[in-house]
Design a protein around this ligand. Sequence first.
Ligand SMILES: C[C@](O)(C(=O)O)[C@H](CC(=O)O)C(=O)O
Length: 296
Amino acid sequence: MSTRTTTKLRQLLARPGSIMAPGVVDPLFARLVAKHNFEAMYMTGAGTSASRLGMPDVGLLTLTEMVDNAARIAAVSDIPLIADADNGYGGPLNVRRTVQLYERAGVAAIHLEDQVLPKRCGHLAGKQLISSQEMVAKIKAATDARTDADFVLIARTDALALDGLEAAFERAELYREAGADILFIESPGMEHLKAIPERLQFPTLYNMATSGKTPFLKKSEIEQLGFKLIIYPNWLMLAAIRAADEVLTTLREEETIASIAPNVPSFQEFFDLVGMQEVRELEERYGVPEAGRAGY
Ligand SMILES: C[C@](O)(C(=O)O)[C@H](CC(=O)O)C(=O)O
């Protein structure tokens, strides 16, 4: 039997250095991350909201919608999936279900944040927090709810933007005591970065969000600062939006796809990406008639 992704993630976390987790919104992007041999990947809530609802990250997706998306992503590779679980979708009892469902979906880690419901993207204005006691209760509920001891709990605090760095540290320390495995201080600027791993002396997460608030440092620089896990939430989706936009502009102007064709993956590359080779092998094993096979 292959190693569980939770255990794989624990092993990665135990190694020196930081782990890069590109953000994905669906299984297709997960295939792409797997193709590039990354050790971990991240399901972005902001991206999931954009792709599933065409709406901004303001807490509109429900627990089951998020879990459904995570399960589809987890199904296409053995790469540990770290998933956004927002504020756990309610109080401590909701958090119990959240952990159970994400665990069953094949997710290796989730992050829970201390925002009120409905929440919003951590890089937007207008956030509000629950009390640190309420968040501690949620983290305790989360640690109690896991059945796989290797399932990783990441506690995020959004306090920095509202109450400053010291308040964020105080919360983070309480969340660590409550049982969090990794601490995530949301939306730090350049001036805060050094202090975070230094002060917390615990595995920390670097959110390479696209807002530009947190600087776009290299992995080696982030590693040197002492962060353990780096997530790159929306970059793939944004790159795809730009590429699709260019295709549409060209199509409008030229009324033909001809000049675009060389710039997109070929028919074969596309089928390879979505696992056609494996499908062929399975078809052969089960004697599915040749005529039934898609060819290229
Ligand atoms: C990490 C995050 O929660 C996400 O949903 O991916 C977002 C990222 C973003 O909006 O850029 C966040 O709130 O930071």
